[in-house]
Design a protein around this ligand. Structure first.
Ligand SMILES: C[S@@+](CC[C@H](N)C(=O)[O-])C[C@H]1O[C@@H](n2cnc3c(N)ncnc32)[C@H](O)[C@@H]1O
Length: 277
């Protein structure tokens, strides 16, 4: 089993499995770039952990499509369009309209789907961490799982920045725990059954390029492809959960686990709830 617990501080992270071992086709797609300023050790360690090349700069000949580097104090993922400026990072700021208090009120379709009595949640498909961070800010006790080592590095950086926020320190809060590995394996080995397991796997898009898709999600799809094993993930989640599984789906997709016990409608998406019998 390919499990590594990423420490909340990236410098202290143990060496995760090399990217090439995770999926050979990804290894040629990604390189680490030295940042314009700063310490050269973190990029060297990151390239070593992921088993990918480390470049001073990119020339048009380099075969990689994606790059990791530090900009504005954050670890960022770049595609060729973002090389000149910008980059995608784990955004730790509350979403538009979300109350800036902790815990934020448990309202909206996501909170309804998680359930009024739920206390502990496992997000088994953490991705960019946006749902996880929303769940965390509502005050649930949260464990995050992500199988892509690249996304896990970006999440570890985001969670380390979260730990430094004034409000986190004032309230003596710690970022969610992060496990890197396949949730289909990891969910069977949890120490305690969570009240809820949350799933947001990658579904095939309705149209090839949707004008509505966010850049971060388009890049994630280009980097990782669709999650072909989502039915197995659903089965693993249903047997590992204490009370319920919540699946976030685009509104056009068939429910992942057959007819759900309940469904809550969000904007262009649905939260299907499966209660454990
Ligand atoms: C659509 S994204 C999730 C987006 C996330 N909800 C957010 O708010 O940013 C799906 C993510 O789940 C991860 N994933 C899919 N299947 C997984 C599995 N079996 N184990 C762990 N991670 C998985 C993928 O690597 C990808 O990063």
């Amino acid at each position: 089993m390919t499990t590594k617990i990423l420490q909340q501080y990236i410098g202290a992270a143990p060496v995760p499995d090399r990217l090439a071992a995770y999926t050979p086709s990804l290894a040629i797609k990604l390189a680490v770039l030295y940042p314009e300023q700063g310490d050269s050790l973190p990029p060297q360690q990151l390239a070593e952990r992921l088993g990918v090349p480390l470049y001073q700069s990119i020339d048009s000949e380099s075969p990689e499509e994606f790059f990791l580097t530090w900009r504005d104090g954050c670890l960022k993922l770049l595609d060729r369009e973002l090389i000149k400026k910008g980059g995608l990072t784990v955004d730790i700021e509350p979403r538009n309209g979300e109350q800036r208090s902790w815990p934020a009120p448990k309202d909206g379709a996501l909170a309804q789907a998680l359930g009024r009595k739920t206390r502990t949640v496992v997000d088994a498909t953490t991705g960019w961490g946006q749902d996880s961070l929303h769940i965390f800010r509502m005050g649930y006790e949260l464990l995050c799982i992500e199988r892509s080592p690249v996304m896990a590095e970006l999440l570890a950086d985001g969670f380390a920045r979260l730990a430094q926020q004034d409000w986190m320190q004032r309230l003596n809060l710690h970022p969610p725990r992060l496990l890197q590995g396949n949730a289909i394996d990891l969910l069977g080995n949890l120490e305690t059954q969570p009240d809820c397991i949350y799933l947001d796997p990658m579904f095939p898009p309705k149209r090839k390029k949707s004008a509505l898709a966010k850049k971060s999600m388009m890049v994630l799809r280009d980097l990782l492809g669709d999650d072909q094993d989502k039915k197995q993930l659903f089965e693993a989640a249903l047997s590992a959960t204490g009370k319920r599984v919540v699946v976030k789906s685009p509104d056009y997709a068939e429910p992942l686990g057959g007819k759900p016990s309940q469904s809550f409608q969000g904007k262009l998406l649905r939260y299907d709830v499966y209660l454990k019998g």
